[in-house]
Design a protein around this ligand. Sequence first.
Ligand code: CA
Length: 229
Amino acid sequence: MTHLLVVEDEPDLLSMLILNLTSRGFQVSSATDGATALQRAAEQHPDLLLLDLGLPDIDGLEVIRQLQVNEPTLPIVVLSARSSSNDIVLALDLGATDYVTKPFEMAQLLARVGAITRRPSSDRRKEVVRLGDITVDRDTRTITHATNGTHTLVHLTPTEWRILDILLDRPNALVSSTELLTSLRGDAIHTDASYLRIYLAQLRRKLEPVPSQPRYLLTDPGLGYRFHP
Ligand code: CA
């Protein structure tokens, strides 16, 4: 059973989270301040931490900082009430895995938790992925677009394949721009986030039903990208 530690000081939100997560089969423990969170994390070794950033004692960012030292493999999903994405950027830089902004839909939170707790995905990797009318066969490296009974092949460059593979490997998970750029570093020139925007635009032009309104390959502005199945 997956064990989640939920750190949230708003009683109503905490009860709602515990109720929903427990009913979905998670083992849930909780803390309402940062010091208790650090203590529980050290004692219980949960599989994932849901962390409110605005805590009554120590800042959530400080909790992340300390956990990176003491529990470096613990995935952290940040719950941020702050509309400014600044704290989210800081949290991700410090090592948080993903985030949701309050108010959030429970379905969205569950998708993000599931994206992390279902890893490692290597044995679950889907070889055939459908994006609407487009079928991506990752095994044979072929992409076909079915329209009106005819199939046309879609060609991707090696770099586009690399980016698509990383995103498809982790449905619903945030893949930071930094991670994508790091994985492309072998490809000489791709060290600038603006290259990513160009590659994503190309991928969307080839794979999205309406490239200007992405349905599958989503941008988290300033943070990264995610595959929405
Ligand atoms: Ca709070």
